[in-house]
Design a protein. Structure first.
Lengths: 353, 190
């Protein structure tokens, strides 16, 4: 268990709950960044039944109609054209209903859950599916008009949000939050134990970068994968630092600076251990060799990656547009991401050793 | 009001932009120097490793003094080039050194019994790691150079640069031989 997490987590580690939830069939010892070694197996997800895939063009058209009806409805009511507002309110409700219908017919969630399970099965990784996160409003008191927003998530994810919030929550420089729908435990090809959380989002349309990287694919609809990984370096590097994305609009200049202008522009570098700042800064700068900086920059280019170094553990997060629902392509991209991040972790470890 | 804008706000804005440009150029220039020092550090690490390598392997390669002589001569030339601070000479000298080291690595591939000890394997790994670091530090340096040159070429930096004698920096490019030597991936079988 990382030193940071030991200080932050007050409740007993949820590893006991995880063991009770998982199928006990092939329980194995795996490395976990929050609880050390633990027993876990692979949850089995059944293949979803027949589905009706609504063409992407129809789904896109429905979304556009939803937006247009929302705007016209709001404008109609605001400007006093109530009849128009009511008509478009009806249209808005229909497009919302169609959205849920398309999702239900296509069994999007079941298909994605199954794909995530298949990835684990192919690589013989331990696997656990997370409960979906939802928010609820709660009134603070009978006379109090203020509401609080409660976020309900799978308890197995609490250590992640407590220990490495910089990598999961949206922040300046990284507006896309890291969603975690499934957890994996395994080893990279080089034998480095890792833990990974993966989430998916449906994306309608693709960024210019995704179009360039996937010229042969239909980019009208695809999958945005968010992931957070942790690797065991098996040696305390005595470095506790966060290397997170800098805002693209301006460079703060108040963080630790390396010799590379590009690296300083892309990343905000801060130590997490204020008690030994100068020594920690020196250790960090020595570990950020040119080759390591080059590798981290490469990961930023491809995955918008961010990093937290915590003693014997490196946490990395990122996302990429898979732009496909094809299992083989998704699996290849996921595996490639694991290996790319593992290589960066290995490079860091090699220098420290 | 118009005279307030003309005589107070415009001059302040002008001087503000001038100072910001000057400071930006100064900072970029310092970063180029800093990145160059990074390259020198990596080259020096390689130079320091070579005598160690030669002393460990020489006894196993008694009849191949030519290889060692070439490595040591290239190293001397590289040290002189770094002292002279001429980037073209440094690039050429380092490429000769890389070729000499590549010759040694090729010899060890053909004669694996020479590299049967852990010391030599460790040194070989270190040489490969250093080639990686040198290539990466060159990339970071060239990134800083591109940043400085862009500031000098663009407006209003081009005006400030010409007034204060800021000059464009030259990227440090690997020569063709160095590129081939660095990206060569000898597979040594023991």
């Amino acid at each position: 268990m990382t030193a940071m997490c030991r200080a932050l987590i007050c409740n007993p580690c949820p590893v006991v709950e995880m063991n009770q939830v998982s199928q006990p069939a092939d329980g194995r010892k795996v490395w976990d960044p929050f609880s050390g070694e633990m027993n876990i197996s692979r949850e089995v997800i059944n293949k979803p039944g027949a589905r009706i895939k609504v063409p992407n063009a129809i789904q896109t058209a429905n979304l556009i109609l939803l937006l247009v009806s929302a705007v016209v409805m709001t404008a109609g009511f605001a400007l006093g054209y109530e009849k128009i507002g009511i008509i478009f309110a009806g249209g808005f409700c229909i497009t919302i209903a169609l959205l849920f219908l398309f999702d239900a017919l296509g069994k999007e969630k079941q298909v994605m859950d199954y794909l995530l399970f298949k990835i684990a099965e192919k690589h013989d990784w331990a696997f656990a599916l997370m409960a979906r996160e939802f928010t609820s409003h709660k009134m603070k008191g009978p006379d109090d008009m203020l509401r609080s927003l409660d976020v309900h998530r799978d308890p197995r994810l609490e250590p992640v949000y407590k220990c490495v919030p910089e990598l999961v929550r949206p922040r300046t420089g990284q507006l896309i939050p890291t969603i975690i729908q499934a957890l994996y435990w395994g080893k990279s090809k080089a034998g480095i134990p890792f833990w990974m959380g993966v989430g998916t989002m449906v994306s309608m349309g693709a960024s210019p970068k995704a179009k360039m990287q996937n010229p042969e694919l239909d980019v009208s609809k695809g999958t945005l994968l968010t992931l957070i990984t942790a690797y065991d370096l098996a040696r305390d590097t005595k470095i506790r630092a966060a290397i997170t994305a800098e805002s693209p609009a301006w460079e703060s200049g108040k963080d630790i600076q390396t010799e590379s202008v590009e690296f300083n522009r892309r990343f905000f570098i801060q130590l997490k251990d204020d008690d030994a700042f100068e020594k920690g800064k020196l250790e960090l700068l020595r570990a950020l060799t040119p080759a390591t900086q080059d590798r981290l920059l490469d990961l930023w280019q491809r995955y918008n990656a961010q990093f937290i170094f915590d003693g014997a553990t490196i946490f990395m997060s990122g996302y990429f547009e898979a732009m496909t629902e094809d299992f083989d392509l998704l699996e290849a991209k996921c595996s490639a991401a694991v290996e790319d991040f593992a290589e960066a972790a290995q490079s860091f470890k090699t220098y420290v050793e | 009001m118009t005279s307030l804008v003309i005589f107070i706000i415009f001059p302040f804005a002008f001087f503000g932009i001038y100072i910001a440009s000057f400071n930006g150029l100064g900072k970029a220039s310092v970063k180029v120097t800093e990145a160059w020092s990074g390259i020198e550090v990596q080259l020096k690490r390689r130079h320091d490793l070579i005598p160690q390598l030669v002393s460990v392997v020489r006894s196993a390669m008694k009849h191949e003094n030519e290889i060692f002589d070439k490595i040591l001569q290239s190293r001397e030339a590289a040290l002189e080039a770094i002292a002279g601070q001429d980037k073209d000479e440094i690039s050429e000298a380092e490429s000769h050194l890389s070729q000499a080291l590549a010759g040694f690595l090729a010899y060890t591939e053909d004669n694996p019994e020479i590299t049967a000890t852990d010391n030599i394997k460790t040194l070989q790994k270190q040489l490969e790691e250093m080639a990686d670091q040198i290539a990466a530090s060159c990339r970071l340096y060239n990134g800083n150079v591109a940043h400085l040159n862009a500031k000098i070429v663009n407006f209003p930096g081009n005006i400030v640069a010409s007034l204060h004698n800021f000059k464009q920096a030259k990227p440090f490019e690997l020569s063709q031989e160095e590129r081939a030597a660095v990206y060569q991936n000898p597979s040594v079988e023991f």
